[in-house]
Ligand binder design. Structure first.
Ligand code: HEC
Ligand code: HEC
Ligand code: HEC
Ligand code: HEC
Length: 343
């Protein structure tokens, strides 16, 4: 298999810790899933339909009106969820309109795959050559492997996070789903993250594997991830959960606060699950990455910023070296229930 390793994830910043300037830069590159010219829907109709059946889509229409949202906004002295920087960066995809940021959609394609303006014209063309013809939708996985690698490599260099870049996608998921904003958790009473497992949460309502399904391009189905893919997703999810939780602990301001406690619990839970993986099978890359982390974090522990970075490197090394075939010993650990139902 072709493993495309992500470089230091440039667009993993697509979450709430961006400055307004960074958010502007991201927003200026948003193409948009629907409504706009060149939108994703114009070629990816099925993926878009599936997305329109998720909470990521619905949050744009209903979340700002919910009682819980109004309560959080009141506590932190904000009035509009779509205008408050602190909410907009996680619940919405923003565009730049009249030099201002405007929330335009819920969490959408580009929240996970990277802002598309610079890669849109490359990612659908044979060999990534802008002068070439567009490929037919649903034929990408059947393409000559060299041509595919060249096409996705060119798009990746321009900021695309493709479906094989699991580490970078996971960084984006956890960048929002651990809720790294200490103040909205401590002061606003926002939930301190989701009880998130990468397999369970990506293989339910979020799943949209139409283009590589057996029937594509003519009678596509929403293919399940293979057993090998699930193993890679599972280990990656645990490692990125641990990495992100430790990153959040490394910059904590109020020790013993709600946020700090929640991140400690997250880190310890993820660590326990990684240890269970390693008890079932040997993964040297992960083992050596973990050597730098204290087994049990408590409120007195300090975490320096280099620790989560080392874990990130270990996860990338794991993905580079394992296609999932040798990891059947962990199948019993992987959740089978999904979050929401696939479309
Ligand atoms: C002009 C048509 C067109 C538009 C517009 C378009 N795509 Fe694509 N896309 C394609 C084609 C063609 C492929 C490759 C063939 C395949 O696998 O279906 C592809 C493949 C992809 C892949 C899979 C690559 C991989 O294997 O991981 C992703 C992800 C993707 N597009 C995301 C998007 C997003 C996000 C947008 C909107 C910002 C978008 N596309 C807009 C035509 C398009
Ligand atoms: C770091 C990302 C992030 C930021 C910033 C953020 N949210 Fe959220 N929010 C989430 C996630 C993730 C969930 C889903 C939590 C879950 O799994 O139940 C969520 C859920 C919610 C919910 C539903 C809670 C419930 O009880 O079900 C409300 C209300 C909400 N957010 C309001 C806000 C408001 C208001 C702001 C701005 C002050 C905000 N959020 C900022 C990520 C964020
Ligand atoms: C830009 C921030 C962001 C990113 C990136 C993101 N999410 Fe979310 N996600 C949210 C928010 C916010 C909600 C809650 C929306 C609401 O209920 O208002 C949510 C909700 C969900 C839900 C529905 C949960 C429920 O309680 O029904 C699932 C499933 C989900 N996300 C999976 C994922 C997966 C898998 C990834 C990565 C592949 C991901 N998310 C990436 C922000 C994000
Ligand atoms: C919550 C994050 C998230 C969102 C939102 C999202 N994707 Fe994806 N996308 C993923 C993940 C994760 C995969 C790889 C899934 C797997 O291997 O099971 C993927 C895979 C794909 C693929 C390859 C599918 C295949 O058959 O291999 C395409 C094409 C794609 N996405 C397009 C889109 C488009 C278009 C949108 C918006 C309509 C979108 N995605 C929205 C996370 C997301």
């Amino acid at each position: 298999m072709v493993v495309l390793l992500g470089c230091a994830s440039f667009f993993a910043l697509a979450n709430s810790l961006m400055t307004v300037e960074q958010e502007m830069e991201v927003a200026s590159k948003i193409v948009g899933p629907i409504k706009n010219d060149d939108n994703c829907e114009s070629c990816h109709a099925l993926e878009t339909e599936a997305w329109q059946n998720t909470r990521h889509f619905a949050t744009f229409k209903d979340r700002h009106r919910s009682e819980e949202a109004v309560a959080i906004l009141e506590t932190i002295g904000e009035r509009s969820m779509k205008r408050a920087d602190d909410c907009r960066q996680c619940h919405y995809t923003s565009e730049v309109k009249n030099d201002k940021l405007r929330a335009s959609f819920g969490v959408s394609c580009e929240s996970c795959h990277g802002p598309a303006r610079d890669w849109l014209a490359l990612h659908s063309k044979a060999g990534g050559d802008t002068a070439a013809d567009d490929l037919k939708w649903g034929t990408g996985k059947a393409e000559d492997p060299m041509a595919r690698e060249k096409r996705l490599g060119a798009a990746q260099a321009a900021g695309m996070i493709n479906s094989e870049m699991i580490y970078d996608i996971a960084k984006n998921c956890f960048g929002c789903h651990t809720v790294p904003n200490e103040s909205i958790v401590n002061d606003g009473g926002h939930k301190a993250g989701s009880d998130f497992d990468l397999v369970a949460w990506s293989q339910g309502e979020v799943r949209h594997n139409f283009s590589s399904s057996a029937g594509a391009p003519d009678s596509p189905t929403n293919r399940e991830a293979t057993a090998e893919q699930r193993r890679r997703l599972y280990v990656t999810g645990l490692m990125v959960d641990l990495e992100t939780s430790l990153e959040n602990i490394s910059r904590v301001e109020t020790r013993g606060g709600e946020f700090h406690k929640a991140m400690i619990a997250r880190a310890n839970q993820a660590r326990g699950r990684v240890d269970a993986v390693l008890a079932a099978t040997s993964i040297p890359e992960i083992q050596s990455g973990l050597a730098k982390v204290t087994a049990n974090i408590d409120e007195g522990a300090t975490v320096d910023a280099a620790t989560p970075m080392a874990l990130g490197d270990a996860t990338k090394a794991f993905l580079g070296n394992h296609d999932g075939t040798g990891l059947s010993a962990i199948d019993g650990l992987i959740p089978t229930e999904t979050k929401g139902n696939p479309y």
